[in-house]
Write a protein that binds this ligand. Structure first.
Ligand SMILES: [Mg+2]
Length: 403
């Protein structure tokens, strides 16, 4: 049976939220990310508005480079609360059409609409309704791609931004892909693109026509097979329903790269507490925790651990990620630029405390969390912290800036 997959991607999302809420920013080069500090800042660009992109500013770019390219830009800190609220509103619209929603980030998702046709009409009609629904809910535009698989849908959504809608007709994927630049093929990146272009492969169609064995000699058998399949528009991966994809995370870029273990550990603890607090606020618990470590020079590593049972408690997260950090520090002599902790495999927070031998201590911990959250909600974030976070090496090491 032919599937109907939509990929929906908000246009310049963080910047769009800022421009919606501060109309005088409309059309300006708005750059959301860490503090550029007159070109001395650390950290990266989260989102650049289209006007900023004209100056060459891109998300993921070091913020100081963005400042050099566009010193007249309006630099704003990430205001995750507001973006998360818009994201929730968008997801509520998606859920009206299908429960099969795979969120890739706050502002991007795959929707499997195959089973929704009887209720809502053709794929095209649904895509139009979704775009309208998103705009009505948020006053923000999105771009959508509609196709029989994920790769085609995601490729299509990117072609006519902003406010675009591109439909790839069923069976027409191969022709649709053929004229597109080879860099649009999933998995083709900094390393492989020059190799392919050297072989005269400039479009996806060129790759489709290139003999498999010859390709395998240059990029390896596995990559050659994967690329050839994608170029034929073959992608059978399912849209992974709502459980898996969502995550709640926090990152900290240090003012100066550091190997000072007490600072790294207290930062890690703080990140865990913060992620746990957000989990509880969302009434969620995590089944998985991920540590991200970026060393000097941008090389980034991640490690994951399963959490059994699920948890929304900072020390439980820390118990998993702290040994991972120690292992990284032992195996790598470089300084650390960034630490991040994220919680995923989210489930509704268990309201009832399980009757186990551990019941007393679990209950006490939950009550302590509830009290902590309540005081912070009443008197402001950071009023109360676990004891180990209070002290000279607390949050002052964070980047962050106010206008
Ligand atoms: Mg987007």
């Amino acid at each position: 049976m032919t599937r109907i997959i939509a990929h929906v991607d908000m246009d310049q999302f963080y910047a769009a939220v800022e421009m919606r809420d501060h109309p005088h920013l409309q059309g300006k080069p708005v750059i959301i990310g860490s503090d550029p500090k007159q070109g001395q800042g650390r950290g990266v660009v989260s989102t650049a508005s289209y006007a900023a992109r004209k100056f060459g500013v891109r998300s993921g770019q070091p913020i100081r480079q963005a400042w050099q390219l566009c010193p007249q830009g309006v630099f704003l800190p990430v205001d995750m609360e507001r973006y998360a609220l818009a994201s929730q509103q968008i997801h509520q619209v998606f859920q009206r059409f299908t429960p099969m929603v795979e969120a890739l980030s706050l502002d991007e998702a795959f929707l499997d609409l195959t089973a929704s046709q009887k209720l809502f009409g053709s794929g095209l009609e649904m895509a139009q309704q979704i775009k309208r629904g998103v705009f009505e809910a948020t006053r923000l535009t999105c771009s959508a791609g509609l196709a029989e698989n994920k790769f085609l849908a995601k490729t299509a959504s990117d072609l006519r931004k902003p406010d675009g809608l591109v439909v790839v007709p069923t069976g027409g994927g191969r022709e649709f892909l053929a004229p597109l630049a080879i860099g649009r093929l999933w998995g083709v990146g900094e390393h492989s693109e020059p190799v392919l272009r050297n072989l005269g492969i400039n479009t996806i169609g060129d790759l489709d026509a290139y003999p498999l064995d010859a390709l395998a000699r240059h990029i390896g058998a596995r990559a050659a097979q994967d690329f050839k399949a994608l170029a034929r528009a073959e992608d059978v991966r399912p849209v992974e329903g709502s459980v898996a994809a969502q995550s709640i995370g926090r990152e900290n870029t240090f003012e100066e790269d550091s190997r000072h273990a007490p600072l790294l550990r207290s930062t890690l603890m703080e990140l865990c507490e913060d992620v746990a607090h957000r989990l509880r606020r969302e009434q969620k618990e995590a089944g998985r925790v991920t540590l991200k470590v970026r060393f000097t020079g941008f090389e980034t590593h991640t490690r994951q651990a399963l959490l059994k049972p699920g948890t929304a408690h900072g020390p439980d997260l820390l118990a998993q990620v702290r040994p991972m950090l120690d292992a990284f520090l032992q195996s790598d002599a470089r300084k650390v630029r960034l630490l991040g902790v994220s919680a995923s495999a989210l489930k509704p927070l268990q309201a009832q405390v399980q009757l186990t031998l551990d019941e007393g201590s679990q209950q006490r911990r939950r009550l302590a969390d509830v009290a902590l959250d309540a005081v912070n909600a009443r008197f402001g974030e950071g009023t109360l912290k676990p004891a180990a976070l209070v002290g000279p090496k607390g949050i002052r090491h964070r980047t962050g800036f106010s206008k």
